[in-house]
Design a protein around this ligand. Structure first.
Ligand code: NAD
Length: 496
């Protein structure tokens, strides 16, 4: 049985701890490896590698850094199928979806290839007489990335291309549920010519996370995961004086107005509700049907959802299994809770006949209608293939629902009314908004991030926010020619 190890100084290491956790193929239920769980001492060793590599990488020219990034981009593009297969084998999402995840990560690498332009500072001549000022953006040092199971390649790639391009060194702590992508990416960096110690991986659980949050050598933490852990990471890492962006969970609403194209809306609801078995932070989980269209919309959604083939993601299914048996059981228990509190089960995924091994973690697409805001299927992030339909009478009621929700990651409005769309994107309290687009994940040159309990911290991810997060600004004031000899003056410096 393979051991999925740490990566530091350009090679794998199992560390000193003997603790491990099983890694499973969710489509078969078979344990495929054991991931090392780092002790605090193991984490410190990995951090030391990142500390040692920082001075030389910080001083590497932008030409050198971008050469490595361009090479990494080429290699990743050539070999993305390999990475997609690793993702499917440990996460369960279907191959096409895994490939889509890699492609969205690749976009961030491409964005980071333009780092020389993004790092340009400002210069002001003669701010005072013969006094010039310029500003530069400098890297922070070793930074930590702590990522969730649901995007084992893309989420780390939201951060590390920008962090590395800006001159930082990185310690990635992937999810222990699907850790192998991280090592594949580490080897690819090495092949691309990244100096050893710039990109490191520590495998582990809470023990590893806690050391990263407190280790004084780590200057910033980028976290993505559930809201309770995001809040914990934000509070603890900021208390240790670090810069932190901690992205949390979501409950994304899709509002369908009566004038919408119902076929478009039904397609979108099914794609965004059941893609990746609903295990996406931008998945649609609450469908808000406005006015008299609800019956028609629900039947169009159910018709489509019934045609989804649930099965082994490596064998061409539409939707794969859930990540673990425990998670599948938890999601199924939400369906039971919804049913017993009065929701109508229009389509029941618990009865799915999956095209895959008997021990796979299967749950088919589920549609619940007449869901009310006090039901746990509405209040909680389920993170599975369960679409809850909430019926309301007006746009204002739909908007009020979303704005009252503690999460604010993504939302979408389906309509043919430009005025309603304009009102919606202006009034809604959510970080990423789609108009007739159900999963509005911004391109790499915009920034990704939610509001409210979906993100703790000030910076969104990639785009200019990402560059700002991974650099700090220095302003330099200089006087070279004809210095004035004004003699002693203890007053606050003023320009003249
Ligand atoms: P999780 O919070 O369980 O784990 C995330 C990371 O935190 C993992 O690396 C894990 O090892 C670590 N961790 C878990 N428990 C911990 C603890 N008690 N102390 C310290 N560290 C701990 O999340 P998950 O189940 O892997 O991922 C799914 C969640 O991530 C969902 O809530 C989803 O919405 C969210 N997510 C959010 C975004 C976003 O952009 N906002 C993106 C992807 C996923």
């Amino acid at each position: 049985m393979q051991t999925i190890a740490h990566w530091l100084d350009g090679k794998t290491s199992t560390g000193s701890s003997t603790a491990t956790a099983p890694v499973t193929n969710p489509a078969t239920g078979v344990v495929t490896g054991q991931v090392a769980l780092a002790s605090s001492a193991d984490v410190r060793t990995v951090v030391e590698a990142a500390v040692a590599a920082f001075p030389a990488w910080r001083d590497a020219s932008l030409a050198k850094r971008t050469q490595v990034l361009f090479r990494f981009r080429e290699l990743l593009n050539e070999r993305k199928q390999e990475l997609a297969a690793i993702i499917t084998g440990e996460h369960g999402k279907v191959l096409a979806d895994a490939l889509g995840e890699v492609t969205r990560g690749l976009e961030v690498v491409e964005f980071a290839c333009g780092i020389p332009h993004l790092l340009k500072g400002a210069y002001t001549e003669n701010a005072s007489t013969k006094v010039d000022i310029f500003s530069v953006r400098q890297p922070l040092g070793p930074v930590a990335i702590i990522s969730p199971f649901n995007f084992p390649a893309m989420v780390p790639m939201w951060f590390f291309p920008v962090a590395i391009a800006a001159g930082n060194t990185v310690v990635l702590k992937p999810s222990e549920k699907d850790p192998s992508s991280s090592l594949w990416l580490a080897e690819l960096w090495q092949e691309a010519g990244l100096p050893d110690g710039v990109f490191n991986v520590v495998q582990g659980d809470k023990v590893a996370v806690d050391e990263l949050l407190e280790n004084p050598a780590i200057k910033a933490v980028s976290f993505v995961g559930s809201t309770p852990i995001a809040r914990y990471v934000y509070e603890h890492a900021t208390a240790s004086g670090k810069r932190v962006q901690a992205l949390g969970g979501a409950k994304n609403h899709m509002v369908v107005l009566p004038d919408a194209d119902l076929d478009l809306a039904a397609d979108a609801a099914v794609n965004a509700g059941f893609g990746s078995a609903g295990e996406r932070c931008m998945a649609i989980s609450a469908l808000v049907a406005v006015g008299s269209i609800a019956d028609d919309l629900v039947s169009r959604i159910a018709e489509r959802a019934k045609t989804i083939r649930t099965g082994d993601g490596a064998r061409g299914a539409d939707m794969g299994p859930l990540v673990t048996a425990a998670h599948r059981d938890k999601v199924a228990s939400y369906i039971a809770a919804g049913e017993s509190s009065g929701a109508t089960v229009v389509l029941d995924g618990r009865a799915v006949a999956a095209d895959g091994a008997a021990d796979g973690f299967w749950l088919g697409p589920t549609v619940l209608d007449h869901v009310t805001t006090d039901m746990s299927v509405y209040t909680d992030e389920i993170f599975g293939p369960v679409l809850s339909v909430v019926r309301v009478d007006s746009y204002d009621e739909a908007l009020a629902l979303i704005n009252a929700n503690p999460y604010g990651n993504g939302t979408a409005l389906f309509t043919n009314d430009g005025g309603a769309a304009r009102r919606f994107h202006n009034e809604v309290e959510v970080g990423m908004v789609g108009i007739n687009v159900p999963i509005p994940v911004p391109m790499a040159y915009y920034s990704f991030g939610g509001w409210k309990n979906s993100l703790f911290g000030d910076s969104h991810v990639h785009g200019t926010d990402g560059v700002h997060f991974f650099t700090r600004t220095k302003a330099v004031t200089t006087r070279w020619l004809d210095p004035s000899h004004g003699g002693l003056n203890l007053g606050f410096p003023q320009n003249h």
